[in-house]
Design a protein around this ligand. Sequence first.
Ligand SMILES: Nc1ncnc2c1ncn2[C@@H]1O[C@H](COP(=O)(O)OP(=O)(O)O)[C@@H](O)[C@H]1O
Ligand SMILES: CC(C)(COP(=O)(O)O)[C@@H](O)C(=O)NCCC(=O)O
Ligand SMILES: [K+]
Length: 251
Amino acid sequence: MSCLLLDAGNTRLKWALLDGPHWLAQGVCAYAELAGLPAQLAPWPAVQRILACNVAGPAVAKQLAACWPALPIAWLKSSAAQAGVRNGYLRPEQLGADRWAALIGARALRQTDLLVVMAGTAMTVDALSSTGEFLGGVIVPGFRLMREALARGTADLGLPDGATATFARSTGEAIVNGALAALSGAIAQQYAQLSAYSGRSVQILLSGGDAARIAPCLPPALAAQLIRIDNLVLHGLAQLAQRDSNQEASA
Ligand SMILES: Nc1ncnc2c1ncn2[C@@H]1O[C@H](COP(=O)(O)OP(=O)(O)O)[C@@H](O)[C@H]1O
Ligand SMILES: CC(C)(COP(=O)(O)O)[C@@H](O)C(=O)NCCC(=O)O
Ligand SMILES: [K+]
């Protein structure tokens, strides 16, 4: 059974094509190029099921549905408990479906205390206990949004680039290193909170488009606990797809 997994984020679509547990192909697609995605998948077995999470709004959902008019898309919604994770949000359905999928993917990978960091358009830092409780987490603007906010809200800053530096000595360096400090600082703060809460060693799972940029900026104590994983959201969706097909097989 070939299953297409879709992670529709606020910047772009990430996708993977699975045949049972095997990953046949995966990729990234800009929303402007979405109409070409079905043709791109043509070399592989025809898609039979689609499981998606979307935090990019109804227009994107409509665009995705139009790509595969003959197949209904199963949209993941956050719930109170699923696949070994319990949702600590006061209103479980309020949690972004991408965060929920990432937590499910994280739980399947490791059953320890985890900080699940998704560095995308926004960066989310979510605490997951060794017993599978999602305790809560924070949302901060991602690297691009931080720079854009400064450019939009000031007369003189703009979007200059800058290299990473211990002490920034140009506007570009000051902005780039400021954003990276804010991102790594948020991770460090939540890491300290979860470490204090659990009293045990905490591992950090880092995924998303800006993971490679953020990883080198983490302090050494956090870097030692870091596990980089590409497409954690898709791994979570793959877990759910696999569970669905196991249930169908045993029904
Ligand atoms: N080729 C790229 N295209 C777009 N964004 C990129 C690219 N490479 C790195 N990025 C960074 O990754 C972020 C998007 O990450 P991603 O995980 O795809 O986000 P989302 O899930 O919110 O769509 C952007 O805000 C940008 O800072
Ligand atoms: C926090 C997010 C904007 C992250 O989106 P992304 O950066 O992955 O595009 C998204 O998960 C979302 O809209 N969440 C709903 C609110 C919440 O999770 O509390
Ligand atoms: K994110």
